[in-house]
Design a protein. Structure first.
Length: 317
């Protein structure tokens, strides 16, 4: 969802436009304080299966708003649920993808009156694909950076974490996140540990290590391998917005190709990301502040800790 930030920015590039975004529970935290969104509509499909009258209420709310246009960007899959919502929205302009590209063989024209088609085999960044869905409306932006607005409370949480570790203004603070939801996207935790050791020993860095709620094994392997404990700190598990606030205090953030990479980009922190089976030309955050590491073999395990440390040093200047 954070890769949609430029599309939200494009919609709001002219005065007088109202933007509402429907988001599920997973994506809601990423967008509900976006400076470009006027209203976030929480969509809970699992709840609607048990309480279908709530779905009826949700659709009625959409129709009551009287939207002029409904846009359903599709980058990697075709959402039948989103397409149906578009059809029921009451919007005069309904823009969506050609479902056949994603193996959906029903006529997409039932859902949309403007179809956006992508060239077969073309390598295009996900941000640019999202922006393609706005071209029929003449909306665009040159600023392709990601964004998530942080609250004062979230920034205060980050300050509290830093204070608890004795971290001071001016310290070289590096964040690392060895996990990833998709196992093939994970660079070995042992390599993250070697890189953390080197950054502490050679750069005088203080390292903040972060782990997701389902990454106990990744955390164990990391801690078993790390040697320099004095300036290594484990950030308590919390919600993604608090984590983003902590990342926002780091000079550089090191991670895999996973959601937290985009949280880092959205709080304007430079990143060094490990890429294996996924293509950074499509998924790495746009901009020179975000470096993707890819081995010559294309295998994520062939990226070395030395490669990572060298990249971080380059970011630090």
């Amino acid at each position: 969802m954070l890769l949609s930030s430029p599309a939200f920015r494009a919609v709001k590039s002219a005065p007088g436009r109202f933007l509402a975004v429907a988001a599920g529970p997973v994506n809601f935290p990423a967008v509900f304080r976006s400076p470009f969104i006027d209203e976030v509509l929480l969509f809970t499909p699992r709840e609607y299966l048990l309480k279908p009258w709530k779905l009826v209420s949700f659709v009625r709310k959409i129709r009551k708003n009287g939207f002029d246009a409904c846009i359903v960007p599709s980058t990697v899959s075709f959402s039948l649920t989103s397409a149906l919502l578009s059809a029921m929205s009451g919007a005069k302009i309904r823009i969506g993808a050609d479902g056949k590209r994603f193996g959906f063989y029903a006529d997409s024209g039932f859902f949309f009156n403007i179809e956006v088609r992508q060239a077969d085999g073309a390598v295009k960044h996900q941000t640019d694909i999202n922006l393609d869905f706005l071209k029929p409306l003449g909306m665009e932006t040159a600023d392709k950076s990601e964004n998530m607005g942080l609250s004062g409370e979230e920034k205060a949480y980050a300050q509290g974490v830093l204070d608890s570790f004795g971290i001071r203004t001016g310290d070289t603070l590096i964040g690392v996140h060895p996990g990833a939801g998709k196992i093939p996207n994970r660079w070995q935790a042992e390599n993250f540990a070697r890189a953390a050791d080197a950054l502490i020993e050679n750069c005088g860095a203080k390292v903040l290590a972060m782990f997701g709620p389902k990454e106990a094994e990744v955390k164990r392997k990391f801690l078993d391998s790390v040697k320099t404990r004095g300036n290594l700190h484990i950030v308590p598990q919390t919600n993604i917005r608090n984590i983003a606030a902590v990342i926002g205090r780091c000079r550089v953030f090191v991670c895999n190709d996973t959601g937290v990479l985009h949280a880092a980009a959205a709080v304007n922190t430079p990143t060094v990301a490990m890429f294996g089976p996924t293509d950074p030309k499509q998924w790495n955050p746009p901009g020179e502040k975000h470096l993707a590491l890819v081995s010559k073999s294309g295998k994520i395990e062939d990226i070395t800790a030395a490669d990572c440390v060298s990249a971080v040093k380059g970011m630090l200047g």
